[in-house]
Design a protein. Structure first.
Length: 393
């Protein structure tokens, strides 16, 4: 306990001395969140904060030091998070590298893959995207048709991926390919692919919200070194399922939306209070309270799951519960925001609306995809029924 207290005190002093002032407020938009990568452009304070934290390995505090991580114990990592929260510090780095492919490589990658990729993830040098879904293989992911044919020391890849989040901003992709066409699940291999090689092209998909976070990725005779296969050839399906657990945990974590709790109350007072400043509508008060209670319950459950992961227990099928509940809770929150604002939520652009109001309908429209991406709610319910509750097929 004394050692942990000493670590906490040292961490607090270091954070206070090294965090730029600009990093002590919540990001005002998604553009202020640092994903790293060669294609990103970030303000100088963001880059200083990333460099300082990466030098200590604190962008991935529990990863081993030999791979660039901080080598902290779970208790020390928790103390670090708590001290950062007290100072209202932004995370120095986020992304699929830290949350998905990095943890997967720690469990299943070979030594060469760990040493080449993990340190670059820690330093924010590489931004990753995920190549799973295809035009004919969404919920039935095992039906994917992107082919990989061995050619000497390489594989030649040909096919298409779709709904590839941020592929236009990514440097590398982890993807599933078909290396055996005679079988379904047992013919899939997990690979790592450099996006900046001949034959890879990306086209953003514009959503109804006006944003384009998703992309189509076209792969035409792309050479991928055989050393970039993770695990065994034709053994990718088991690895894919393992990674999906990390993904669903990450998606659920994204929808904690702590700032939106106060935002709901603030909006209700702005649009619905009477002359005495009281929110008279009991239904709205009840719905706000229910969302806050549900969010708190989910936060505590997620925290318990994260602590289990940090002591060595990998995420299990319960991550489908987190993904299902987190995304549907976010949809309920966005729906209520639009209803509270009433006509002021209908703005798309132009005068007569605040910047906050102009984002309400866009955010609500974007939230409709939450229960599709990362595996539909129906797929999550099937997983929960089969693997958590043990119900018969």
């Amino acid at each position: 306990m004394a050692d942990l207290d000493a670590f906490r005190e040292d961490a607090r002093r270091w954070l206070d001395a090294n965090a730029p002032a600009e990093m002590r407020t919540p990001p005002r938009s998604a553009d202020e969140v640092c994903w790293g990568g060669k294609k990103g452009t970030y303000p100088a304070p963001t880059l200083r904060w990333l460099a300082a934290m990466a030098e200590r390995g604190w962008t991935a505090p529990t990863w081993p030091r030999e791979y660039g991580g901080g080598g902290l114990t779970p208790a020390e990592a928790k103390a670090l998070r708590e001290e950062m929260a007290k100072l209202r510090l932004r995370p120095p780095l986020i992304g699929f590298g830290l949350e998905m492919i990095g943890p997967l490589l720690l469990e299943t990658g070979n030594e060469e893959q760990k040493r080449w990729h993990l340190s670059r993830i820690v330093r924010g040098e590489i931004r990753w995207c995920q190549g799973y879904s295809e035009p004919g293989a969404g919920s039935d992911l095992a039906g994917l048709q992107t082919k990989a044919v061995r050619d000497g020391d390489d594989y030649l890849l040909t096919g298409q991926k779709v709904w590839t989040s941020y592929a236009d901003k990514a440097d590398w992709m982890f993807l599933l390919v078909r290396t055996d066409t005679s079988v379904k699940h047992a013919g899939i291999t997990f690979m790592l692919m450099d996006m900046d090689v001949p034959g890879v092209s990306v086209r953003p998909i514009k959503l109804i919200s006006g944003a384009s976070p998703f992309c189509e990725t076209f792969i035409e005779n792309v050479r991928v070194p055989a050393r970039n296969v993770v695990g065994a050839v034709n053994g990718g399906w088991a690895i894919a399922k393992m990674l999906l657990r990390f993904e669903r945990n990450m998606i659920a974590d994204v929808f904690k939306e702590r700032e939106d709790r106060s935002r709901l109350v603030t909006m209700a007072h702005r649009y619905l209070t009477n002359e005495n400043g009281r929110l008279d509508d009991p239904i709205v008060r009840d719905r706000i309270a229910q969302i806050e209670i549900d969010q708190l319950c989910m936060d505590l459950t997620l925290a318990r799951s994260r602590e289990q992961v940090k002591i060595g227990r990998p995420p299990g099928p319960e991550t489908s519960i987190f993904k299902l509940y987190g995304t549907e809770l976010n949809q309920r929150r966005r729906e209520l925001m639009v209803q509270i604002a009433g006509p002021q939520a209908l703005g798309w652009d132009g005068p007569g609306f605040t910047p906050d109001e102009l984002g309400l309908t866009r955010d609500w429209l974007r939230s409709r995809g939450n229960t599709i991406e990362g595996g539909t709610s129906e797929i999550q319910l099937n997983i929960i029924a089969k693997n958590v509750l043990g119900l018969p097929d």
